[in-house]
Ligand binder design. Structure first.
Ligand code: UTP
Length: 295
């Protein structure tokens, strides 16, 4: 009998990294909470997941990370003060924000030590029942008509194997990313043949790179469980996926439609902020005028 196709209902967002590229600020505020115009990065990511039809987000947090709980939780005390002060519009804004995430279950799992993104993802294993799951890293957003996560979920329906979000970059940028060798299947869809994380220029295999969106299947968790830490003591998802490929497991790549906005280092975050601010109907005109005045 054919195996039943399992629907994707859960998503993991690991936010337990050290964010060393933003120190010392990231000592007190994790990079997932940096604002892009008027919302923290994490809100764009959670919204993309909700709009993709996911029912539960499993946040992987560090022992120090309390902000995330507070941010998504209702604040009765604050609402009481606002209502006593008759701040009707402000209260409405707060309620609108809460409505966006209504019906979405949020689970918080602690990664005791920052032992790599793969190790963080593995912390969600006990909340999964032999089912496929979305992984969205906490420092990448995609502005697109169809949410990026939904684009990958649609591919999973037909291929029933791990799917990695891909983007095209100029060759000189690729050494900082995961490079892939691919075989084209159809528009935007590829079978991944090999992955090299942070390749030397001579090792670059195509102009496609891995970005922070994945569909992971239960066998990925088997590999994560067995994975040996790197010299730095980390388990890295891309390396684990590379090993699966070396052992003949199928993995697909989908070149995502949309604008990829990265927020993992200072310049990337500043660029992403500018991109969104200059597209925002409320601010763009005045901002463009203002920029012209800067000498
Ligand atoms: P990054 O490598 O981009 O984040 O991890 P980082 O390690 O926090 O940043 P730098 O390199 O020190 O500046 C990708 C995602 O995985 C999470 C991060 O929070 C980010 O969302 N992560 C990484 C964990 O949850 N745990 C880890 O041990 C490592």
């Amino acid at each position: 009998m054919a195996e039943e196709i399992k629907e994707i209902k859960k998503a993991i967002i690991p936010v337990a990294g050290l964010g060393t590229r933003f120190l010392p600020l990231s000592k007190v505020l994790s990079k997932e909470f940096f604002p892009l115009v008027d919302k923290p990065v994490i809100q764009y990511i959670a919204q993309e997941i909700k709009e993709s039809g996911i029912e539960e987000i499993i946040f992987i947090i560090s022992p120090r990370q309390k902000t995330i709980l507070k941010y998504f939780q209702k604040d009765e005390e604050l609402e009481k003060i606002l209502s006593e002060r008759k701040k009707v519009d402000t209260l409405k804004q707060l309620h609108d924000f809460q409505d966006v995430f209504k019906g979405l279950k949020m689970t918080f799992v602690v990664q005791k030590e920052p032992k790599g993104d793969g190790h963080a993802i593995f912390q969600a294993a006990k909340y999964l029942k032999n089912e496929p799951v979305v992984n969205s890293f906490g420092d990448d957003i995609v502005v697109s008509q169809t949410p990026a996560v939904l684009q990958l979920m649609n591919i999973y329906k037909t291929c029933q194997a791990p799917v990695i979000g891909l983007k095209r970059l100029p060759k000189d940028k690729i050494p900082a990313y995961g490079s892939v060798a691919v075989e084209k299947i159809s528009n935007n869809l590829y079978k991944i043949k090999k992955i090299i994380e942070k390749p030397q220029p001579s090792e670059i295999m195509s102009d496609l790179v891995i970005m922070g969106r994945h569909i992971l299947t239960p066998d990925v968790f088997e590999y994560l469980k067995k994975a040996k830490p790197t010299k730095k003591g980390e388990i890295i998802l891309t390396e684990v996926l590379g090993k699966m490929l070396d052992e003949g497991k199928p993995i697909y790549g989908y070149e995502l439609n949309g604008e990829w906005l990265e927020c993992g280092d200072k310049l990337k975050w500043i660029k992403s902020f500018f991109y969104l601010a200059l597209k925002d109907p409320q601010y763009k005109d005045e901002l463009k005028q203002y920029i012209k005045t800067i000498k």
